[in-house]
Design a protein around this ligand. Structure first.
Ligand code: SF4
Length: 275
């Protein structure tokens, strides 16, 4: 039918047009998430999308699923409550680099540790977009932001290494240039039974891109194309050779750890004397 898009059923039409800047990568990540959900074939009514605060978390307002738009840094705490209350639901968290790794950093590492069956999609644009372009825990060393005008002297987190080390059982990364791969990885994360983290390298041309002279949205996409290197190839290179690269693919895919809500059923059974 004319004027109807195949993904319209996943979007709240009354909330459009969206607020994102021209050239922002957030729409691409959100599109990849919709593609991934469609690919899994999971009933739309069985999905809950939980967001924190930030430009990325605004995605929750546009996605037509049951959802919660929560406090800054706290989506994983709310998502944990939803999943524990009804383990049959598929819970997806949409969050940013600041929301997940700074304000919500403690929630993040403990969610990884627990291995509750939640999928977390991190829109990583290397800065706090919504609050004006302050530096975040993933801002590269030397990069400029509103709060590092002479260059960032911090060492950024590698969010995938952090997630894997903290115990997440599925961890992957792609970029907004590699849309098909990104959607595939998110789908794998949703289908994985356990805590999954998919880092989506996204672009913020309005703030991070402008302050670091990286050009407009298409120019930043081109950079992702040039910087990306598959994890299998990266394993053969030195740390120096990987300096400005973005390693993509699956880093962790473990099936050896029990899922938290399953474990909790045993606790209930023991409390009731059934085990
Ligand atoms: S400020 Fe940056 S992250 Fe936020 S909508 Fe604009 S381009 Fe996107």
């Amino acid at each position: 039918m004319a004027g109807v898009h195949v993904y319209d059923r996943f979007l709240r039409q009354d909330k459009l047009p969206h607020i994102w800047c021209s050239g922002c990568g957030n729409g691409i990540v959100t599109n990849a998430l919709i593609r991934a959900i469609e690919k899994t074939g999971i009933d739309q009514n069985q999905i809950v999308v939980v967001a924190g605060v930030g430009c990325s978390s605004r995605a929750n307002g546009y996605l037509d699923f049951c959802g919660l738009h929560t406090n800054h840094g706290r989506p994983l705490a709310y998502a944990t409550g939803v999943k524990m209350a009804n383990p049959k639901l598929h819970v997806i968290v949409v969050t940013g680099d600041g929301d997940s790794a700074s304000i919500g950093g403690n929630h993040f590492i403990h969610a990884c540790r627990r291995n509750l069956d939640i999928t977390t999609v991190i829109y990583n644009n290397d800065n706090y977009g919504m609050t004006g372009g302050q530096y975040s825990p993933t801002t590269p060393t030397g990069a400029k932001s509103k709060t590092t005008v002479y260059g960032n002297i911090d060492t950024p987190f590698d969010l995938c290494k952090l997630a894997s080390a903290a115990g997440a059982t599925f961890v992957a990364r792609s970029t907004v240039y590699h849309v098909t791969q990104l959607a595939d990885l998110i789908a794998k994360g949703i289908e994985h039974k356990g805590f999954s983290v998919i880092e989506a390298m996204s672009c913020c041309p309005t703030l991070y891109g402008r302050l670091n002279k990286l050009g407009d949205g298409p120019a930043m996409l081109q950079r992702f194309k040039d910087q990306a290197i598959p994890v299998q190839k990266a394993r053969q290179l030195s740390e120096e050779a990987l300096q400005d690269k973005i390693v993509t693919g699956v880093f962790t895919d473990r099936k050896d750890r029990p899922e938290y809500s399953d474990q909790y059923q045993h606790v209930i059974a023991r409390a009731e004397g059934r085990e």
